[in-house]
Design a protein around this ligand. Sequence first.
Ligand code: GDP
Length: 443
Amino acid sequence: MNILDEFDTITAIATPIGTGGVGIIRISGDKAFDIIKNIFTNPNFEPKKFNHGWIKDGKEKIDEVIVLPFFAPNSYTGEDVAEIQCHGGVNVVKNILNLVLKNGARLAERGEFTKRAFLNKRMDLSQAEAVADIIHSKTSDFAKISTKNLSGVLKEKISEIRNDIFEVLSKITAGIDFPEDVLEPDYDYLIDSFQAIKDSINKILSGANTSNIFRQGISVAIVGKPNVGKSSLFNALLSLNRAIVTDIAGTTRDILRETLDLGVPVTLIDTAGIRNEGVNKVEEIGIEYSKQSLSEADLVLFIYDAKEGLKSEDEEILNMVKDKKHIVIANKCDLSETRTSGTIYISALNGDGIAELKQTLTKTVCDINPEDLEFVTNTRQQECLNKAKTSIEQAMVAAQLHELQDLISIDVKSALLALDELTGELITDDILNNIFDHFCIGK
Ligand code: GDP
């Protein structure tokens, strides 16, 4: 959709499609209340009041509902918005949606409600992106972190930096435009100001890696020879019976992946046991997959049988992972008294040591308290910040060389534009559409 498209009235189901207590159909635009008047038995709207009544198609009753009217500009989108709360059955929700469409609304595109909120200046782009992050967050910690940007933490910090850049630019421009009345700022002032701006940008960027880990997650592969208890550990960490556990070597042939919430999302991978002897064709393919998963994993859980001890086959596998981040685990500790330092002893069967392993895993994966993460950014925002930083660094070098302030102002303006791109003040249709395409319908 083009940014300049007319703001016609849009509608969508705002709740997941399925059976639930309540289903919500959202309508936004000039015709929202007119449509409600056509299909609702009690459309006597007042701001901040909900209305109870029936949705009707002509004389036919569709469902008993509550309608919440939000008057422009005090709504999510900044337009007139009506939300119909009906019973949460798949078909009743669809019937009401179809009725709203029949009465003049158009089906909303992905993220179109939030896009309108942005275009109507109800939120800046960092807040709109936070909405998508909250919806798509794979862990509860990331959902909490994302609310920081929704509440405008990043927006305020960027606006502060923008003001600082603008102040320097104003002084340079005044000196250039009115050389007789205004002295151009001295170079030491420029250098100090640029340094302070760069420090502020760096402060935001210092959380970039952690933000990326929280956003993208990491992959953890469980490797070891057959029958040491890889699938049992996989199940124990996930607290479910996902992988088949037997005492027959070579049972796991396909790679199994599941997401584990350790604050950061962890993709846990159960692999086929690696061995050289007695391998058939199918198992051989499984072993090849295991080696591939091992090389792609961010972290490896190497597991061996505590009762058998570390055999040469185990050592061969340990040798493959030695250059990667890894944790050494001895399983079946219920069958052995031996303990060696640097190894975590567990029993995937009875759960001993699993809590300790999870703690070590969390620490190794991302040793950070989400509350300590002051600024959360995505890669688009990081790119804009890096562009702004490069421009300020260039301006600083030019100031150190006492170059013409006219020239310096070019880099300072570029820094400003990069920040405007971050907040969405200056953004192309393509970038905007790309951002909102990652939303779901109804948001
Ligand atoms: P994998 O081939 O490495 O995936 O191993 P499995 O998880 O399929 O387990 C192989 C066998 O070891 C099964 O019979 C499990 O019940 C058994 N096993 C797994 N973990 C433990 C454990 O901690 N203690 C004991 N005693 N047996 C275990």
